[in-house]
Design a protein around this ligand. Structure first.
Ligand SMILES: [Zn+2]
Length: 257
């Protein structure tokens, strides 16, 4: 996920553009029905939130995020671009070795909802195979780039044996803003069981994306600020599978072109 689905001019106010986007998604989707759902949060009694990072691995981003997570003994789920992981295999393996979880964000960052169905199937199969071959682990979770998912894309994800994982609160960290401003944004609506969307990389033309200029803030600073805020509230950051040890997935029909 990066900026193309939202206005890039400024951060949204609480209940502003982000909430409007979610309402649009729900309106498009109609009533909540489990069988066509995507995971958007975790129902849990544990004082945990799910931390997710997209668009890596990226030198100068992923490593900074790893340091910050380690300092707070937090774990996270990293949704990687498979071709990036092949270009940065040591960094991808470092994420795994540090005790974090890895999901698939695509071979590249093209919007699947605009690709022919056969290409979507090929992309999902290739991305899964490349990450599994590189890391030697089964890939379970998939996050569609930009959250763009039609019913046909959803079915293709499920047929690949993957579960679509979207999000709740969002750090808006594809924008170049001070880390503390983005951390305050991330804290909005962040509660027990929330799935927070943040980034350890920035998708660019080499990933099939055009998401604007690369932010210059330190991604480690953002993660440290988010985790400090969680500490104050008695909450911990966990990977998705880590949170599901005691929690249960909560699903929502999420369809967005
Ligand atoms: Zn992304």
């Amino acid at each position: 996920m990066s900026g193309n689905t939202e206005p890039a001019a400024s951060l949204p106010e609480a209940g502003g553009a982000g909430a409007a986007l979610r309402r649009t998604i729900l309106n498009l989707a109609g009533p909540v029905t489990g069988p066509i759902g995507s995971l958007t949060s975790v129902r849990t009694r544990a004082p945990e939130v799910v931390l997710t990072f997209d668009d890596g691995p990226e030198p100068g981003g992923t490593d900074r995020v790893l340091e910050a997570l380690a300092a707070h003994q937090a774990t996270a789920t990293f949704f990687m671009l498979a071709d990036r992981a092949r270009r940065n295999p040591a960094l991808a393996r470092e994420v795994l070795a540090a005790g974090h979880e890895i999901g698939l964000h695509g071979t590249d960052h093209r919007r699947l909802s605009r690709l022919p169905p056969a290409t979507v199937r090929t992309q999902l199969a290739a991305g899964t195979a490349r990450l599994e071959d590189l890391l030697g682990i089964p890939i379970r979770w998939f996050r569609p780039p930009y959250g763009a998912q039609t019913p046909a894309v959803w079915r293709a994800i499920r047929r690949q044996g993957l579960t679509p994982v979207l999000w709740g609160p969002c750090a808006w960290d594809w924008l170049d803003r001070p880390a503390e401003v983005l951390a305050a944004q991330a804290a909005r609506g962040l509660n027990r069981g929330s799935v927070l969307l943040a980034h350890d990389g920035h998708a660019g033309p080499e990933d099939g994306a055009d998401d604007g200029p690369r932010p210059r803030f330190d991604r480690g600073d953002l993660v440290r600020a988010v985790l400090a805020g969680l500490d104050e509230r008695g909450l911990r950051g966990r990977s998705l599978s880590g949170a599901l040890v005691v929690g249960a997935p909560r699903t929502t029909p999420w369809f967005l072109r």
